[in-house]
Design a binder for this molecule. Structure first.
Ligand code: TUI
Length: 315
């Protein structure tokens, strides 16, 4: 299975399934569970200071012998220092988000790290492929957290056609049907965030997980469209106030202040009224907290039957 898959071969992983590098949720514990189950576990560095990230990487190395990644959020005030940490620690795979990682690519390539940026447009995908990235993650606006403007359905095939590196699809994928659909669009792997938030190994506060389990198809909203940092979150007291101020034309600095610290508040402290419950649109489909290994096995076993059913129908 997946012996010929370009992403599995490049990264030496068993299944073409990445765990999204979620700030405050993508811990060593979650990443170890995903890597040990055959996927690619990823620490979400978010706004972590460098010493905290180093400790997290060391914890992950102690918990798995399998390949893993670190996601670097390029809007972090510590971006230069955390890049140095991943170089020092010889992290095998780095994914990036929320910006253009161009200036950091040479140092990462130098240590043999596979560099896989998240992109939300064809233009950035093409530019980064010219600078030598190993693959790209095409992330649709169905995703949770910081997002672009194009859906997975429209973005993935356009990026597949535009670049000559493997494409990993992200945004709105949480089961075998989503993986089969991503493969049909030309992706060679998938990245999932929402599905792993409601896993046993995810550290998210139970209030956060319970709200995700209760979500329906239309439960998320996009905040920050006027600030240049749009983010998908579950609708709650915070988003109602934020969107009201945004519609009244509140300045970006006031809106940015309203969002400060709110992801940690919801994810770790469980204040899901005043915090940001970042999650994707596929949260409407999440019914149950499951162990990571079960999530991955269920998806992997489900792919061929989905494709066979389509083939039957198309004969
Ligand atoms: O990065 C993400 N999702 C995130 S980061 C994050 S941390 C955060 N915390 C508090 C407030 C705001 C964010 C939460 N969720 N996904 C990857 C991603 N990258 N999605 C979209 C992009 C992206 C968008 C524009 C990448 C590059 C880009 O263009 C940059 C350029 O210079 O052209």
């Amino acid at each position: 299975m997946f012996e010929e898959n370009a992403v599995c071969k490049m990264l030496q992983i068993k299944y073409p399934i990445f765990q999204g590098g979620m700030a405050w949720l993508g811990t060593a514990e979650l990443a170890a569970a995903v890597s040990n189950a055959g996927g690619l576990g990823i620490i979400g560095a978010g706004h972590m200071p460098p010493d905290v990230l180093r400790a997290e990487i060391q914890k992950l190395k102690a918990a798995t012998k399998k390949p893993f990644g670190v996601n670097i959020m390029l809007m972090s005030p510590f971006v230069k220092e955390v890049m140095q940490v991943v170089v020092d620690e010889r992290v095998p795979v780095v994914t990036t988000g929320a910006g253009n990682p161009g200036e950091y690519i040479p140092a990462l390539k130098e240590i043999g790290c596979k560099v896989i940026p998240v992109v939300a447009s064809v233009a950035l995908a093409k530019r980064l492929v010219r600078t030598g990235v190993d693959a790209v993650i095409a992330e649709g606006m169905e995703s949770g957290g910081h997002i672009g403007e194009i859906t997975t359905m429209a973005l993935v095939p356009q990026i597949v056609d535009a670049v000559d590196v493997p494409v990993i699809a992200a945004g709105g994928i949480a089961d075998a049907r989503g993986v089969a659909a991503a493969f049909a669009l030309g992706a060679e792997a998938v990245q999932m965030g929402t599905r792993f938030v409601v896993s046993q190994e995810c550290i998210a506060h139970e209030n956060y997980k319970n709200l995700v389990l209760k979500a329906r198809d239309r439960s998320t909203v996009i905040t920050g469209r006027t600030t240049g940092h749009p983010a998908r979150v579950l609708q709650n007291r915070l988003t109602r106030h934020y969107l009201e101020r945004e519609s009244q034309g509140a300045p970006a600095d006031e809106l940015e202040k309203l969002g400060l610290g709110t992801l940690r508040l919801a994810a770790r402290e469980g204040d899901v009224d005043n915090g940001s419950v970042m999650i994707g649109q596929i949260s409407g489909m999440m019914e149950q907290v499951k162990p990571v290994a079960e999530i991955i096995q269920e998806i992997v076993r489900g792919i061929a039957p989905v494709i066979e059913a389509i083939q039957q129908d198309c004969r």
